[in-house]
Structure formats: structure tokens, C-alpha cells
Design a protein around this ligand. Structure first.
Ligand SMILES: N[C@@H](CCC(=O)N[C@@H](CS)C(=O)NCC(=O)O)C(=O)O
Length: 338
């Protein structure tokens, strides 16, 4: 069950994110029955979803577009959850299904949990393999290496894993999930505790990033991907809709520059659709936005302004290189970009 289902049942209980139910892993040795194989799997995302966006970014940075195809769901779910209404006839052209739930059903009939993205589906059988968003990106980085592009960065370097794991645990608790706890709080105290935690952690991260370009080591890693997906949504949805409004990202010099630096790095900003992000949050969470009105702002032009973070040194891709252009059929439409 995802956070929207939590929203639908806003009761007295604190917001709690459920664990992914389908946690099979796609690995080089295929030990769970799902070996890494070019063309076999389809990554289903919503560009609105921060958890799915991690996978979108990793796939681009690692150059897996040709090996792992992509389905983008409509940002606005209906009562059957994620649907492929952006595709001709409302059907995913590869899986042939109208709702992501059909792949969940093919895997486990009458599965009682929610239908969530990201999801990786086995194309030949049409069955869901995994919706384990915490593991999917780690596996793309470490298990799919045979299919990485030439010059792909190491997003989860072995010698830095301890530090990355520590940083992402705090980022998850207070930032990635902290904004949801604030946004879906049903009591003043619960909200204040979560909101204060978000900003306490962001201030600590700003301190860490003041004189270093990236969170861990001197290259882009999994840790940056995970922080970025929350930061890029911050002023557009978390500041207003989730009431995380002590300050805007654009008012924090360090984090705003850090986020712009990543946004302007190939593989990050080119996956982001602000139109999908805003419509999803404001239209789907009617428990906290009953009118479903989508605000006009914020002005997105700032995302493209110079960030000057090169002065801190760092090598975005380490020994590797930047990814090439976005495949034509995956380009984010103009109204979703600054
Ligand atoms: N798979 C995780 C996290 C991923 C997640 O929450 N994704 C959201 C979108 S951002 C989702 O698909 N929620 C289900 C829904 O909205 O129907 C979960 O089960 O909580």
C-alpha cells in the first residue's frame, strides 16, 4: 500500500508507509528466478512519484534505456490506481494492459495491498517482479553492470557503501518520508514533529554540502539521487501541499545550488516532469486538497540558472562520462519543464 491509500483512510493513526510486498530481485546470477537480461523487463513509473524517479534517474545515468524499457503512467490515478491513459487506446504498448494492477494480479491474484510504482514487470509473462523501490536502484547499479553503457558511473561504490547507507537512512526518515509524514499528519503535534524534522535534517545536509559538491565522496552516488528526488519536488508540492513551509528550497543558498547542479546534470532534470508532479499531488490527495485545484506556481525558470558548484571540485561521473541524450520517445513535454 502506498501513501495515497494511507491518505484515503485518514484516521487518527499516524501516517505509516507500508513495505513493498514484492521484493524479488533481478540479479546477474538470477538467484530469485529473474536474471538480468536485455529487453526482458519493463520499468513502470509515474514521473510524479519520488520513489519511481530514483529508478528513472539511475536508468538514465547508467545508460540502461535500451535494455530496460519504460512505461510512464498517467500522473492521476483512478480507483483502479495507475493507468496507461497516456498511451494510444489507453494501453501500454508493450505489456498490452490498461492498468498496472493487471501485472500485480498476474503475479498474485487478489493481492490485498496497493498498486505502487516503481514496478518492474517481466514482459514475456506480464507478471510483476518487484515494487521494492529501496532495492531497485541498488540492483540497477550493482547487478545490471553487464548492460551498463560505456562510461557509466559507479553509483554505489563498494568502499563508500557504509557511508552512503548511513546518509540515505537519515535522508529517508527525515526528508524523503518526512515530507509525507508532515503532509498526511492528522494531528497538530504529529505535523509539527515531522515538519521540524524535515527542516532540521535539511539544515544539517546544507551544512554538509556547503563545501563539498556531492553527499558522499566526490562523485554522484545513490545518496544524491535519493536527496534530489525530494528536493526537486520541494517548492512545487511539499512547501504548499504538504505544509513544509519554514522556507522554500529556493531560499536555502546551498541546497538550491546543489539541487540546480544536479537538475542540470544529464540524467537528472531530463527525467523531471513538473506538470505530472503538480497534477498528481494536488489532484490525487483530495483528503488534504479537497478542491483538487492545482496551483499555477512556482516559477520554474530558476532551475536553469547558474549554480557555480563546479568551484567545489568534484567529478560528477568519476572516471566515467555523462549519459547521452534522452531517447526521443522519452522526452518530457515542454509544459513539464522550466
Ligand atoms: N512501494 C512503496 C513506495 C512507492 C510508493 O509509495 N509509490 C506511490 C507513488 S509516489 C504509489 O504508487 N502509491 C500507490 C497509489 O498511490 O495508489 C509502497 O508500497 O509504499
Amino acid at each position: 500500500m502506498g501513501e495515497s491509500a494511507g491518505n484515503a483512510s485518514l484516521g487518527k493513526k499516524a501516517f505509516k508507509r507500508s513495505r513493498s510486498h514484492f521484493a524479488d530481485r533481478i540479479t546477474a546470477d538470477g538467484r530469485d528466478g529473474w536474471p538480468v537480461e536485455a529487453g526482458r523487463y519493463r520499468l513502470v513509473v509515474s514521473r510524479a512519484c519520488p520513489w519511481a524517479s530514483r529508478a528513472l534517474i539511475s536508468r538514465r545515468l547508467l545508460g540502461l534505456e535500451g535494455a530496460l524499457s519504460l512505461a510512464v503512467a498517467d500522473p492521476v490515478q483512478d480507483d483502479r490506481s495507475w493507468r496507461f491513459t497516456l498511451d494510444p487506446d489507453g494501453r501500454d504498448p508493450v505489456l498490452g494492459i490498461r492498468f498496472l494492477g493487471e501485472a500485480y494480479d498476474a503475479r498474485e491474484k487478489d493481492y490485498p495491498g496497493g498498486v505502487s510504482v516503481p514496478a518492474v514487470v517481466d514482459v514475456p509473462s506480464g507478471r510483476l517482479v518487484t515494487n521494492d523501490y529501496q532495492q531497485i536502484t541498488l540492483d540497477l547499479a550493482t547487478e545490471w553492470t553487464a548492460l551498463h553503457r560505456e562510461g557509466a558511473p559507479d553509483l554505489y561504490p563498494e568502499r563508500l557503501r557504509g557511508e552512503i547507507d548511513e546518509v540515505v537512512a537519515d535522508v529517508y526518515e527525515d526528508v524523503n518520508n518526512g515530507v509525507y509524514r508532515a503532509g498526511f499528519a492528522t494531528g497538530q503535534e504529529e505535523y509539527e514533529e515531522a515538519c521540524a524534522g524535515v527542516f532540521r535534517r535539511l539544515e544539517q545536509l546544507a551544512g554538509r554540502l556547503a563545501d563539498r559538491r556531492y553527499l558522499v565522496g566526490d562523485t554522484i552516488t545513490e545518496a544524491d539521487i535519493r536527496l534530489f528526488t525530494t528536493l526537486v519536488r520541494f517548492d512545487a508540492v511539499y512547501h504548499g501541499h504538504f505544509k513544509c513551509n519554514r522556507w522554500k528550497l529556493a531560499e536555502n543558498q546551498v541546497l538550491w545550488a546543489y539541487a540546480r547542479d544536479l537538475y542540470q546534470t544529464p540524467g537528472f532534470g531530463d527525467t523531471v516532469d513538473f506538470d505530472h508532479i503538480k497534477r498528481h499531488y494536488y489532484q490525487v490527495h483530495t483528503g488534504i486538497n479537497p478542491t483538487a485545484i492545482v496551483p499555477l506556481g512556482p516559477d520554474l525558470a530558476g532551475w536553469l540558472t547558474p549554480h557555480h558548484r563546479e568551484r567545489l571540485g568534484g567529478r560528477p561521473f568519476g572516471e566515467g562520462t555523462a549519459p547521452g541524450p534522452v531517447p526521443e520517445d522519452e522526452r518530457v513535454p515542454a509544459h513539464g519543464r522550466p
